[in-house]
Design a binder for this molecule. Structure first.
Ligand SMILES: C[S@@+](CC[C@H](N)C(=O)[O-])C[C@H]1O[C@@H](n2cnc3c(N)ncnc32)[C@H](O)[C@@H]1O
Length: 283
């Protein structure tokens, strides 16, 4: 049973015993999904191409997917939407019903014929409008992201990366995983979004070939990160260039990135100690 916690915008999140962290920013689970993921994702432009393909990494309580779907419903642009949600923990899906009970999802729920989303992994298909022009397919799959990243071949428009913090699960924040994302993202439209603003994460994304921008701060936390494949990506208008101070921090010990091996199979301890060794030799 996951302990529910009400966040600052009245949306619920959970406490995770293993990491000692909340699943979301205390300031607001819903707001975090909106400000750090969905708004900077530039959905209207992608929807106009007729299709959107998203990898929702660390699906958890599903906020990033649900807020994205609600935004697409509001935009009303005819398109085919494919979302692959990945998580290792089936038990967390028991909270989806409570998440969707939030009044902000009331309209969205009307298109989800009662209980489309169950507390289990599976494939969910429905439309977001009466005419059936916004067609949705969400697959919520039980798979470790590092394993998935090694085997997936699909071209994605968006990766929502939402692991617990790099301090607790550094193996989900490595240059090597980011390089895999870079390969899996569309060369023109591809972008990754994350709530993390950690220098090690931003430096790792740069090393993996991404262009890095800061997204809006939620609560007292720093903004998250928008990482685009193309340097000319119009979505940088939804975000900000890193400030001089943020750029400087990337060059300090805190900006030393986490590293895995090429098959993404290093243990957590190996990822941590590799970075610690690099930090010891840093000057
Ligand atoms: C911060 S929460 C995600 C919150 C979620 N995105 C939301 O909007 O509700 C982190 C999630 O990562 C999942 N997770 C942890 N390790 C993972 C891994 N190696 N691969 C995939 N998911 C993982 C956890 O089970 C947890 O649900």
């Amino acid at each position: 049973m996951h302990k529910r916690v009400v966040t600052g915008d009245e949306s619920i999140t959970c406490f995770n015993d293993e990491t000692g962290e909340l699943y979301h920013n205390q300031a607001g689970a819903f707001t975090e999904a909106l400000k750090n993921y969905v708004e900077p994702a530039g959905l209207a432009a992608i929807a106009k191409t007729g299709s959107i393909t998203v990898m929702d990494v660390c699906f958890g309580l599903g906020y990033n997917t649900f807020v994205l779907l609600d935004e697409l419903r509001k935009l009303g642009i005819a398109c085919e939407v494919n979302i692959l949600g990945l998580d290792i923990d089936e038990a967390i899906l028991s909270v989806l019903d409570d998440v969707l009970a939030d009044k902000r999802f009331a309209e969205l729920r009307t298109f989800m014929n009662d209980g489309v989303f169950k507390s289990e992994f599976g494939v969910y298909e429905f439309a977001l409008d009466e005419a059936g022009k916004i067609r949705i397919r969400v697959e919520v799959k039980q798979q470790d992201i590092r394993e998935a990243a090694m085997t997936l071949e699909q071209d994605f428009d968006l990766v929502f990366h939402d692991g617990f913090s790099p301090y607790k699960v550094p193996e989900l924040w490595t240059v090597d995983l980011f390089k895999r994302y870079h390969k899996l993202l569309d060369a023109r439209k591809g972008a990754l979004l994350t709530y993390s603003a950690a220098p090690a994460v931003r430096a790792g994304l740069r090393l993996a070939g991404f262009n890095v921008f800061a997204t809006t701060a939620v609560g007292s936390k720093h903004g998250g990160t928008l990482a685009t494949i193309s340097a000319e990506d119009e979505r940088k208008g939804n975000a900000a260039l890193l400030t001089d101070e943020q750029e400087e921090r990337l060059k300090t010990r805190s900006g030393i990135p986490y590293r895995d091996n090429e098959t993404l199979t290093a243990t957590r301890e190996q990822v941590m100690s590799l970075r610690e060794r690099e930090q010891q030799h840093w000057q």
